[in-house]
Design a protein around this ligand. Structure first.
Ligand code: PMV
Length: 324
């Protein structure tokens, strides 16, 4: 094979991953659950390179991002006993490094693409374990639909991988709006911020971790029943817990802008007017608003009146990585 292109989607966690129990193997402190975002894509092309790897990231990638990709390719070679070099080009159709989960689709594409290019016979479970070591959340973008990443318990991480809970056809009426308030790369990357959280270990973080298993079980029940209000209630509680522990961290972590808070307030207001919707954010200022697709028009109309809301990208629940 001379060249391969793979398309993946980032995922949005409703039960979040924040903090590692093993930094080197990227093993999380809690299990998490996410939705695959159909409208957002990463396309990564892999071909042969001579002598050294060539990495072309078609966005304003930081040196840090380039180094992470390089380390991942080195890890891949070591894991599978491969000796040759690769040329990797990657492009996203959405802002990168701005809290829109670009690392999830980025490293999932790299894991799937490298394995396919080298004609390796690897299972989804192995791919998820591989992708996890590029960026934790990438473990979940190996699958489409609604995805559960088991935190696992083993020290070698072989039981820390993602599995599909429901496929992308389970909830076709469900819509996610990515509300872009700032598309610049965030100042504190997630890896560093998580380390600060787990090392300063605020009480609120311990409390959030302690509630994880119960909340995850409740979320699985609500998703299976397609009960949007209960899904929203658990997602927002989980977000509040993550947010509280970030604010409690030393130094404090604050990714949000005034516009982010205005979007959140607008969602709460819409809900009090009987529009079923809820919000979440990742480590960045942009806000995700989820609702039934019939409610998208009034929600969008309200959110676009907020000064500072630049773009709103609607998405459904998407599928698994695809070789183009
Ligand atoms: O995969 P990372 O290291 O970019 O971490 C992602 C963390 C959050 O997006 C904030 C939450 C999550 O579960 O995706």
């Amino acid at each position: 094979m001379t060249k391969i292109t793979v398309r993946t989607h980032p995922n949005l966690a409703l039960i979040k991953y924040w903090g590692k129990r093993d930094e080197a193997l990227m093993l999380p402190t809690r299990s998490s659950l996410s939705l695959t975002l159909d409208a957002l894509t990463t396309e990564t092309t892999i071909t042969h390179a001579s002598g050294r790897d060539e990495i072309h990231l078609a966005f304003n990638a930081s040196t840090n991002a380039q180094q992470k990709v390089q380390s991942f390719i080195d890890l891949f070679r070591k894991m599978f006993g491969i000796t040759h070099h690769f040329s990797v080009s990657s492009v996203n159709n959405f802002p990168t490094g701005a809290g829109l989960a670009s690392s999830s689709s980025g490293f999932a594409a790299l894991a799937c693409g490298l394995a396919k290019y080298c004609k390796l016979n690897v299972s989804d479970r192995e791919l998820s374990i591989l992708a996890r070591q590029g960026s934790g959340s990438a473990a979940r973008s190996i699958h489409g639909g609604i995805v559960l990443w088991h935190k696992g318990q083993l020290p070698d991480g072989t039981d820390s991988y993602a599995e599909q809970l429901c496929n992308e056809h389970h909830w076709p009426e469900f819509c996610i709006l990515a509300v872009i308030v700032d598309s610049k790369e965030k100042k504190i990357n997630s890896r560093h911020a998580m380390q600060t959280t787990t090392t300063t270990n605020p009480l609120s973080y311990q409390h959030w971790i302690a509630s994880s298993e119960h909340r995850l079980a409740e979320m699985v029940t609500a998703i299976t029943a397609k009960d949007i209000m209960r899904v929203g209630q658990h997602a927002e509680q989980d977000w509040h817990g993550m947010h509280a522990s970030m604010r409690d961290t030393t130094p404090t972590l604050d990714y949000w802008t005034l516009t982010s808070y205005e979007v959140i307030k607008a969602v709460e207001h819409l809900r009090s007017g009987n529009i079923q919707c809820f919000f979440t954010t990742d480590a960045g200022p942009n806000v995700f608003v989820c609702s039934h697709r019939d409610d998208v028009a009034p929600i969008t109309a309200r959110l676009t009146t907020i000064p500072g809301v630049a773009t709103i990208i609607p998405s459904g629940i998407g599928g698994k990585p695809k070789i183009l």
